[in-house]
Design a protein around this ligand. Structure first.
Ligand SMILES: Cc1cc2nc3c(=O)[nH]c(=O)nc-3n(C[C@H](O)[C@H](O)[C@H](O)COP(=O)(O)OP(=O)(O)OC[C@H]3O[C@@H](n4cnc5c(N)ncnc54)[C@H](O)[C@@H]3O)c2cc1C
Length: 394
């Protein structure tokens, strides 16, 4: 979910005591989708590494161009953050609009907001069974944050972007009427099914070991290809170490409860500048994530296992702030990439490989856009780029 924008690139990843069993995300209920692994060396026009929401968007865009596409994932479809996130589908980038204006300028920030708003709408129309149009709430945790909400409100109104002041049982803040929530895992599986039906060859349990402009070497075989797109959010710098200066991986953690009627939350809520985020699912379950910043440098890690340093805080938050005593049934974590600024990584490396990721905790919408743009960039179709994301040439 969205978080403050200042990212320190110092510190080391943690480990040691306190790991808890990963139950899998709350989304992993009542459905499955399994692909085979790559069985032999192969060739294609476009190879996409990473089958989360961003990679599947790239696959789809490449298919729409009539290209022969192979996609590989080290795990299963959406087994990374794309299928293990908070399910918020928010317009905007990771920065609140007034902060985006300060960082990018008013015209670009407003254009970016409108682009993401259109993407939220397109995603809701594309997979209506997996998206709910409920709006979202930013709730202030302090007088200072309420003042920040006012600045955000003023900046959005100045750019004629829909937002309302909000005061209700959740607290005081802002209401964004066009935001949505989604079942991120079900949506990705749906996209993968459609891609396979459309002719893409997608492989699970197939890890890219090395990536070059015309070849991906995996632990299951070689893929010779015209172009390569790497769509990996958390762990991007592990696969492409030249991106280390641009992106750094952190762990985000969540819990979910058994269904409960102790509270009624019609909309997803994010608080404390987006550090904490929770929602109630139609089943009555409460999901909550957050506290990455309160657990120290140990959360800057490639490890994706739930840890008590954050899990205990999430459980206390459920009880003390959200007011829910229902038992915790799910605990999970995943990796995401953070950049130095408000924009994600959109880079061309190794003489042609296009790499995307680093969504600063909010990749469901921007990743969907950037997957499409990565496909355009990979085939040299500059006219299809929005021009709102900087392409770094390395
Ligand atoms: C707990 C949590 C809550 C979040 N909440 C929200 C939210 O509410 N809203 C929102 O917009 N965003 C949220 N995010 C962020 C969002 O989930 C991510 O930014 C987004 O899903 C990234 O999608 P992706 O497809 O780019 O990358 P990923 O989901 O990271 O997918 C990359 C895929 O690449 C695969 N892979 C990695 N290395 C290799 C390799 N060497 N070879 C082959 N495959 C490889 C992985 O297995 C993975 O499946 C959250 C993230 C977390 C962890």
């Amino acid at each position: 979910m969205c978080e403050p924008r200042t990212v320190m690139f110092s510190g080391v990843s943690g480990g040691g005591e306190g790991y808890l069993r990963d139950t899998g995300p709350v989304w992993d209920e009542g459905g499955s989708f399994r692909l085979g692994a790559l069985g032999a060396d192969t060739r294609c026009d476009v190879c996409v590494v990473g089958l989360g929401g961003s990679g599947l968007s790239a696959v789809r865009a490449a298919l729409a161009r009539g290209l022969d596409v192979v996609g590989v994932d080290a795990g299963e479809v959406a087994s990374g953050a794309a299928g293990r996130n908070g399910g918020f589908l928010l317009a905007g980038c990771a920065a609140f609009h007034h902060d985006a204006v300060a960082a990018l300028g008013r015209e670009r920030a407003a254009a970016l907001y409108r682009l993401t708003l259109a993407e939220v709408e397109a995603m809701a129309r594309d997979t209506p069974d997996h998206v709910r149009r409920v709006g979202s709430l930013r709730i202030a945790d302090s007088a200072e944050e309420l003042e920040d909400c006012r600045s955000q409100l003023a900046a959005m109104r100045a750019d004629e972007l829909d937002v309302e002041s909000y005061a209700g049982p959740e607290g005081d803040g802002l209401l964004f009427p066009h935001d949505c929530v989604l079942d991120p895992l079900a949506r990705c599986r749906e996209l993968a099914r459609r891609a396979v039906a459309g002719g893409a060859r997608l492989y699970a349990r197939t890890k890219a070991l090395t990536v070059a402009a015309d070849e991906v070497l995996t632990d299951r075989g070689r893929i010779a290809c015209g172009v390569v797109i790497v769509a990996v959010d958390g762990g991007l710098e592990a696969l492409l170490p030249e991106l280390r200066a641009l992106v750094r991986t952190a762990r985000l953690q969540m819990v979910a409860t058994a269904p409960t009627d102790e509270v009624a939350l019609p909309r997803p809520v994010y608080r404390r500048y987006g550090y904490e985020y929770y929602q109630q699912l139609p089943s009555g379950r409460i999901t909550v994530g957050g506290f990455r910043d309160r657990a120290g440098d140990g959360e800057w890690t490639l490890d994706a296992s739930p840890h008590a340093a954050v899990q205990d805080r999430l459980e206390a938050y459920l009880r003390e702030v959200i007011g829910v005593s229902a038992p915790v049934t799910h605990r999970w974590a995943a990796r995401v990439g953070f950049t130095r600024g408000v924009l994600p990584v959109f880079a061309r490396v190794r003489g042609g490989v296009v790499a995307i990721g680093g969504y600063n905790g909010t990749g469901n919408v921007v990743g969907s856009i950037l997957g499409r743009e990565a496909a355009a960039a990979a085939v040299g179709d500059a006219a299809a780029l929005s021009g709102l994301f900087d392409v770094t040439e390395l």
